[in-house]
Structure formats: structure tokens, C-alpha cells
Design a protein around this ligand. Structure first.
Ligand code: NAP
Length: 330
């Protein structure tokens, strides 16, 4: 089968088609015939040689896909050949077919076409696992989402709004701020022009944000702690602003605050399965009801993966960028 790998560390131009053996499902796995996959920031880092796949994972890029079940390994229950699915992957999505542990499969949410479902697994699993399972965001609490117009951000804003939380989102342009508001942000902050700590305090009567979902890491650590409410939970999922910073524990302990950092890709298979099961149960009904929608910025055929990477890397995308392979099974 054909698949895309980075031929060497570098820019989008190193993405090349290669021939790989057809995947065979081991016990507990299924093979998915890929309808579409999506570009994640981790793919950009992996392409540059800065984020190697975890041990045992494919070197083929791609952390999520949608498609149809094409083969079942021993002991797999609950799925049939031909079922439309989407899946969370440790790698391998930029390919015609991919092996997936059965626990990481999810049905295509009702009302969605199969290709568009490729926009969901990574953002739904990342946002649900961090905002709900790790930070325990409650209705009536306030969530600050940095990068509210990105793939993760557009999903987090909608989900938290649907759960009844107050949502504050940051973004860097008027267009992106308008998207955040349309998706349910109560307050949208232009981080280039406004101080998000002041804006969060103003929006919460000085209390601060109960939960912060952060993509910036080091660059925002101190100000994120300042923006936290008492008993607040700061969850760092990205390091777009670096990984090393000084933390004033005095400011954190005065708030009885928590700083947590997580990565979905390196979680063990059983944890990924538990997250997918929770997403299926709690998030898919919101998608089926139209309360949370996949936001797709652009679709490129897989053969144009380099152009898709360049688009995400330039920071132009709002929501997800998809790579499409086929619109029907077989
Ligand atoms: N830990 C995990 O398990 C996990 C899983 C998935 C993703 N992630 C990480 O989560 C982050 C977001 O992923 P994504 O897929 O949503 O990427 P994305 O679609 O490229 O979005 C990134 C966003 O960052 C925003 N941004 C850039 N500089 C900013 C700043 N100074 N302040 C606030 N926002 C800023 C950009 O918005 P503007 O154009 O408005 O600046 C852009 O919308 C990435 O760092 C990714 O690696 C982590």
C-alpha cells in the first residue's frame, strides 16, 4: 500500500510517498481502510525529526483517521467489516490502510460523513481527557482556552460551552476571535493586543479561570498561574512557547493550584481505550445533536500533504486541515 513518510528531517518537501506492506491485524486489532486523516502539530514536529514516534508505533505520519473496517483480528468484538469508523492512532494515518487497537476505534457520529469524521478523534480525545477527565471542569466554572481558533481550541470552546461552562478564548486576529465567539466563547481575547490575565480577571469578577487549557507551555506559565482561580487547574498540552520556564510555587500554593502536563500519544493502550469509550459515550451525542461540530479549514488530497503541512505551519488554519484518500469503501 502507499503511505507518506518524512524521507529525512526537514520542511514539507520531505514528505514522500513510499510503498509499505499491507497491514495484518494482530489479535485485538482491526485494519481500517482510510477515508481521510488530518494534520496535527505533532506531525510537523515529527517531520522535522523533533518528535520521534513512541516505541512500537509506525513511522508513517498520522495520529487519526476515518474510514471503514476492512479486516478484524482475533478476539475483536463489536465491529464488522464495512463499519464506518474513526480512530485515534499512535501513527500510520497517512496511508491507504492502518492497523488500530480495537479500543481506539469509535463509530462515525450520527449525521456526519465519513471523511469529515477524521477531524474529530485527536481533538475530541485530547480535549475530553484533559478538560473533563484530568481537570474535572464543572458546569458554571470558567475555562480559559488558549489558541481558541486552532484544531484543539475550536473543539474545546464548543465542548465547554455545551457543558454549561463560561468560556474565555485567546486568539491572534479579529477573524479568529470572531470564530471563537461564534463557537460559544463568552469572551475572546486578542493576545497580541490585550493582557489575557487582566481580561480573565475582568470577566470573572477578579476570581480567575478554574481551568486553563494551554498550548503555549513555558511562554505562558507565569501568566497562566496568575490567571488561575483558587483551586484552579492549569493543563499544559502544548509547548509552542517552549518547554523550560521558572514556576513561582509561592503563587501556585497560595491558590492551592495544580499544574498538570499531559500527552495523549504516549498514553498506554488501555488508557486510550478508556478515553475513546468516554468520548463515544459523552461527546458523540453532542456532535450528533449539532452542539459540537467539526471545524474543517481545508481538505487536501493525501498527495498534497506538503501543502497541507505548510498551511498549518503558517498558522493560517482555523480548525482542522484534512488529508483525503477515498469517499467510499472498497
Ligand atoms: N498533549 C497532547 O496530547 C496534545 C494533543 C493534541 C494537540 N496538542 C498540542 O496542542 C496545541 C494545539 O494543537 P492544534 O492541533 O489545535 O494546533 P493548531 O490548529 O495549529 O492551533 C494552534 C493555535 O495556536 C495559536 N497560537 C499561536 N501563538 C499563540 C499565543 N501566543 N497565544 C495563544 N494562542 C497562540 C494559533 O492561533 P493564532 O493564529 O490566533 O495565533 C493557533 O490557532 C499544539 O501545541 C499541539 O501540539 C497536544
Amino acid at each position: 500500500m502507499r503511505a507518506i513518510v518524512a524521507s529525512e528531517p526537514g520542511g514539507p518537501e520531505v514528505l514522500t510517498f513510499t510503498d509499505r506492506p499491507e497491514p495484518e491485524p494482530a489479535a485485538g486489532e482491526v485494519v481500517v481502510e482510510v477515508a481521510a486523516t488530518a494534520v496535527n502539530r505533532a506531525d510537523l514536529l515529527q517531520r522535522r525529526g523533533l518528535y520521534p514516534p513512541p516505541p512500537g508505533a509506525s513511522d508513517i505520519l498520522g495520529l487519526e483517521c476515518s474510514g471503514w473496517v476492512s479486516a478484524l483480528g482475533e478476539g475483536v468484538d463489536g465491529w464488522q467489516v464495512g463499519d464506518p469508523v474513526c480512530a485515534l492512532l499512535s501513527g500510520g494515518g497517512y496511508a491507504e490502510r492502518v492497523n488500530v487497537p480495537a479500543g481506539q476505534l469509535m463509530p462515525v457520529p450520527d449525521g456526519l460523513d465519513v471523511q469529515t469524521a477524521a477531524a474529530l478523534p485527536e481533538v475530541a480525545c485530547t480535549v475530553w481527557s484533559n478538560v473533563a477527565m484530568v481537570a474535572h471542569l464543572q458546569p458554571l466554572e470558567t475555562l480559559l482556552v488558549h489558541g481558541g481558533a486552532g484544531g484543539i481550541g475550536t473543539f474545546a470552546v464548543q465542548l465547554a460551552h455545551a457543558l454549561g461552562s463560561t468560556v474565555i478564548a485567546t486568539a491572534g486576529s479579529a477573524e479568529k476571535l470572531a470564530v471563537c465567539r461564534r463557537l460559544g466563547a463568552d469572551v475572546a481575547v486578542n493576545y497580541r493586543e490585550q493582557d489575557f490575565v487582566e481580561e480573565v480577571r475582568a470577566a470573572t469578577d477578579g476570581r480567575g479561570a478554574d481551568v486553563i487549557l494551554d498550548n503555549m507551555g513555558a511562554a505562558y506559565l507565569g501568566r497562566n498561574v496568575d490567571a488561575l482561580a483558587a483551586e484552579g487547574r492549569l493543563v499544559v498540552i502544548g509547548m509552542q512557547g517552549g518547554s523550560k520556564a521558572e514556576l513561582d510555587l509561592g503563587r501556585l500554593l497560595a491558590k492551592r493550584g495544580a499544574v498538570i502536563a499531559t500527552a495523549l500519544r504516549s498514553r498506554p493502550t488501555d488508557q486510550k481505550a478508556a478515553i475513546c469509550a468516554a468520548v463515544r459515550e459523552r461527546v458523540w451525542p453532542l456532535v450528533a445533536a449539532g452542539e459540537v461540530e467539526p471545524i474543517v479549514h481545508a481538505r487536501y488530497p493525501l498527495s498534497e500533504a506538503a501543502a497541507a503541512h505548510a498551511e498549518v505551519e503558517a498558522g493560517r488554519s482555523i480548525g482542522k486541515v484534512l488529508l483525503t484518500l477515498r469517499s467510499g469503501p472498497g
